[in-house]
Design a protein around this ligand. Structure first.
Ligand code: PMP
Length: 431
């Protein structure tokens, strides 16, 4: 049973394992929005493999495409193959037309972090510069450079910084730690970045790139303000600094458009994508970038696992299904439903904010007395939800944001049930 497996694995596996500590389950099989554990308990899975299961568990058409490919070719290094070609075309077809024309794709090792590494190297080589600008609260991965450019500090402290020359700036959102500033904010964080970049004597060296998420996922579903993102784009463009948008979590439809940057009316120079590319959790990662940056040498960013044919066929099929079933419209509709249902929590003194885009939502919990992150309470809410059949994620600076990443094709009924459990969990625990 679950308990025996959890105990056995805890003896065998590293101290650094995370999920089973907060979510003590042993999954046996998945189907759509549901997962069944080895004891036969069924849960609504709104963790979604940390955002990779965009079409839910074991989507039958994705499974079929993979089964067919299994008999044909599974691994292809970086050779051109029919599966890769179809996948590449499918990905490019989802870009805004103006961008598509000048976009190149590089397949990276299988994780988001690996694609972030590739993006940073690409920009360093293309600009001949070394420094990187990043933002408070961001998360880009666990490898050394990806960790170094992450504003979330918890992982970094024990291994020092990993890479010199990273400059962090404030990220403008409703969740700003300096407190709410409605309307046009007097703190002007984009202006602060611009002054630092333009000040030759007292500022920072001109960086090789600026990297940011449109919605900080691990940072606690922190949605960047539109004006802020637009100003960052204007400043970086006028100074010739490539802008990398990390869409590892927000990409592939999660926020209601294929990429989140589309909602900001900007065009990045580099897009990083991974998690949901295959629609079903097969590892694949890539960067999409302006052909003008394509000055690196053959072999500049290599890796054994850049040719997962199974992920390619599933990914091409996922794009076809997203189009055919108008999954993005479902994301937007279900997103409004989530906003509406979780909105019931506004007014609870422990709920600091309910926020999100599309099907990426967070409930930030804070102590009403001193305003500090209510980490323990968030843990209780997560446990309560699990006991009532719903798996949810946590995030944010102190893990005090309860997060959901449902499948993008989730039904209204499942959303309704899950939101009822969440609302009840918060109401029961925060009283
Ligand atoms: N960037 C973002 C925005 C992420 O959310 C993550 C993973 N949570 C990563 C990068 C790293 O991806 P991976 O875990 O696949 O290395």
């Amino acid at each position: 049973g679950s308990d025996a497996l959890l105990a056995h694995q805890a003896r065998r596996e590293s101290q650094a394992r995370t999920y089973p500590r907060h979510l003590p389950i042993a999954p046996a099989e998945g189907s759509g929005s549901f997962v069944r554990d080895v004891d036969g308990n069924v849960f609504i899975d709104f963790l979604g493999g940390a955002g990779v299961l965009s079409l839910g568990h074991n989507h039958p058409e994705l499974v079929q495409s993979v089964v067919r490919q299994l008999d044909t070719l599974t691994h292809g290094l970086d050779f051109p193959t029919p599966a890769k070609d179809a996948f590449t075309e499918a990905q490019l077809s989802m870009l805004p037309p103006r961008l598509r024309e000048r976009t190149k794709v590089h397949f990276c090792g299988p994780t988001g972090a690996n694609a972030v590494e590739a993006a940073l190297k690409l920009c360093k080589i293309a600009t001949g510069r070394g420094d990187i600008v990043s933002f408070h609260g961001g998360f880009h991965g666990s490898t050394h450079a990806a960790m170094a450019v992450s504003g979330l500090v918890s992982q970094k402290a024990p291994v020092r910084d990993g890479m010199p020359g990273v400059h962090f700036f404030p990220y403008c959102s409703s969740a700003c730690p300096a407190g709410p500033a409605p309307g046009s904010c007097a703190r002007d964080c984009a202006g602060y970045l611009e002054r630092a970049l333009r000040d030759d004597l007292g500022g920072i060296p001109l960086p090789a790139a600026v990297i940011l998420e449109m919605v900080q996922g691990e940072g606690g579903v922190v949605v960047a303000r539109t004006e802020f993102v637009r100003r960052v784009r204007e400043v970086t463009r006028s100074l010739g600094i490539p802008m990398i948008v990390d869409e590892v979590q927000t990409g592939c439809g999660r926020t209601g458009t294929w990429f989140a940057f589309e909602q900001y009316g900007i065009e990045p120079d580099v897009i990083v994508a991974s998690k949901a590319l295959s629609g079903m959790g097969l590892p694949v990662a890539l960067i999409l970038y302006d052909a003008a940056l394509d000055t690196w040498e053959p072999g500049a960013h290599i890796g054994t696992f850049r040719g997962n044919q199974l992920a390619f066929v599933a990914g091409a099929e996922a794009v076809r299904i997203v189009r055919r079933d108008d999954v993005l419209a479902n994301v937007r509709r279900r997103g409004v439903q989530v906003a509406d249902r979780l909105g019931e929590l506004i007014g609870n003194p422990w709920v600091r904010e309910v926020r999100g885009r599309g099907l990426m939502w967070g409930i930030e919990l804070a102590n009403p007395g001193d305003g500090r992150p209510a980490t323990a309470l968030a843990g209780e809410v997560q446990t309560y939800a699990l006991r009532h059949g719903l798996i949810v994620e946590r995030g944010g600076r102190q893990d005090a944001v309860v997060r959901i990443l449902p499948p993008l094709n989730v039904t209204a009924d499942v959303v309704d049930t899950a939101c009822s459990i969440l609302v009840e969990a918060v109401s029961a625990c925060a009283s």
